[in-house]
Design a protein around this ligand. Structure first.
Ligand SMILES: [Zn+2]
Length: 100
């Protein structure tokens, strides 16, 4: 089954929406100190839509750690700013627009 793009309604394998949005996606990565001296890595710039959920799933898998999405902020357990940046770059996001 080919997935259909919700934006241009073309099959995902020929649509270029993802590529276009990835090139212009502004992303911010920072850490936040949580309770009990634990840190979380917060990634902003995504919405709680299919893309945001996909990125959350991808980062959780790559980093092998827990994470959630709340109010359009992806929260990953631990300090992973450099790795999150690397993985987002690998996923096709424009490194120059990633503020980390
Ligand atoms: Zn599309």
């Amino acid at each position: 089954m080919v997935e259909i793009c919700p934006i241009c309604h073309l099959p995902k394998n020929i649509c270029t929406c993802d590529l276009r949005s990835k090139e212009t996606q502004q992303i911010k990565i920072r850490t936040e100190r949580k309770k009990f001296k634990k840190y979380a890595t917060l990634v902003t710039g995504f919405k709680e839509d299919a893309e945001g959920k996909d990125v959350l799933k991808y980062l959780k898998k790559k980093l092998a750690c827990g994470g959630t999405m709340k109010n359009d902020v992806i929260e990953i357990q631990g300090e992973h700013v450099a790795l999150v940046k690397k993985f987002l770059k690998e996923k096709g996001y424009n490194e120059e627009l990633i503020d980390a």
